[in-house]
Write a protein that binds this ligand. Structure first.
Ligand code: IPM
Ligand code: MG
Length: 369
């Protein structure tokens, strides 16, 4: 059997810096655990635009389709703000999601004990938080047609986007959420705006259908997404798995991420249907963006990107034990007080650099053997 293949798309801003630490963890897995990957690298986002005039070339797209999993850093930056919409860095990411058909985006929001003080919420509300948002990623208003900016009848313009969901699109992501819940605390809360949107009514009915017909053992509730946002900051631990559409999921997952106190900590997995080898189509990326303000300074926190690799081990390669090993190593260094600049509290201290955090995690991994 050839080694499983990874395509690394480090992207822009802090992407390459945080990915450099992931590469060290990948190397460690090979040397110390005998778990080897065949790794290739390519461009996505602004750096691809600079090199090729597009944020993702057809060649890179084809490579992404051919590998076992894609690891992505971050895309975008102020340098590209004035580019035409069609070649903006984000379009590269959206093309990967769409063409790989990565319909289920898993965004865990977990509060590390050592960081509970960083949350904007009271510690007793946030401590022990462990929820996952399953965001539909290839449909809805992000991709619906018609879309565009057109002249209107009054000499002005009209901007149009279309929220659109089919039975199949809703059912498949609902199944992902129910499957996940069965491996956790067995609870799913589905969020939409069935009070104002027909697509929301369909969403609610189809999620209920999947529940009643296929997952009656899982506890299901429904919530309007605005109430969901409110409940997330009021009492987030009431949730286990939240399933929601593309746009609500974008917003609610940022909210959930910030609850944990540090956006720099959270990984994500975007999964599609199983490939011929049984592995799901998959792309793993940190939830944080390219952070152009600190790019190139060695200040970025590599933990979200490292935990994204851990998710790859768990969801693509059935190496849950090795994923847990990485997660435990991260918890350990945080408990020891190792902090990148984004994790410095009012008590101060000296932050470690991006690679300093990588060093500490590798040391903790060594100690785990
Ligand atoms: C995210 C981001 C993206 C999105 C952007 C960069 C296109 O905000 O992954 O949450 O809106 O999906
Ligand atoms: Mg977002």
């Amino acid at each position: 059997m050839p080694d499983p293949s990874l395509l690394i798309l480090a992207g822009d801003g802090i992407g390459p810096e945080v990915m450099a630490e992931v590469k060290r963890i990948i190397a460690w897995m090979g040397e110390k655990r005998g778990i080897r990957f065949s790794v290739s690298e390519d461009l996505v986002g602004g750096c691809a635009y600079d090199a090729h005039g597009v944020p993702l070339t057809d060649e890179t797209m084809a490579r992404a389709q051919a590998v076992d999993a894609v690891l992505l850093g971050a895309v975008g930056g102020p340098k590209y703000d004035s580019l035409d919409f069609s070649v903006k860095p984000e379009r590269g990411l959206l093309r990967l999601r769409k063409e790989m058909d990565l319909y289920a985006n898993l965004r865990p929001a977990q509060c590390f004990d050592a960081l509970a003080d960083f949350s904007s919420l009271k510690k007793e509300i946030i401590a022990g938080l462990d929820i996952v948002i399953v965001r539909e990623l290839t449909g809805g208003v992000y991709f619906g047609e018609p879309r565009g900016i057109f002249p209107d009848n009054e000499g002005g313009r009209v901007g149009i986007n279309t929220q659109r969901y089919t039975t199949n699109e809703i059912r498949r992501v609902a199944r992902s959420a129910f499957e996940l819940a069965r491996r956790r605390r067995n609870k799913v809360c589905s969020m939409e705006k069935a009070n104002v949107m027909e697509s929301g009514i369909l969403w609610r009915e189809e999620v209920q259908w999947v529940h009643d017909n296929e997952y009656p053992d899982v506890e299901l509730s429904h919530m309007y997404a605005d109430n969901g946002a409110m409940q997330l900051v009021r009492w987030p631990r009431q949730f286990d798995v939240i399933v929601t559409d593309n746009l609500f999921g974008d917003i609610l997952s940022d909210c959930a991420a910030m609850l944990t106190g540090s956006l720099g900590m959270l990984p994500s997995a975007s999964l599609g249907a199983p490939m011929a080898n049984g592995r799901p189509k998959a792309l793993y990326e940190p939830v944080h963006g390219s952070a152009p303000d600190i790019a190139g300074q060695g200040k970025a926190n590599p933990i979200a990107c490292i935990l994204s690799f851990a998710m790859a081990l768990r969801y693509s390669f059935d190496l849950g034990d090795e994923a847990t090993r990485i997660e435990k190593a991260v918890e350990k260094v945080l408990a020891q007080g190792v902090r990148t600049a984004d994790l410095m509290g009012p008590e101060g201290g000296t932050p470690v650099s991006t690679s300093g955090m990588g060093d500490a995690i590798l040391k903790a991994l060594d100690a785990s053997l």
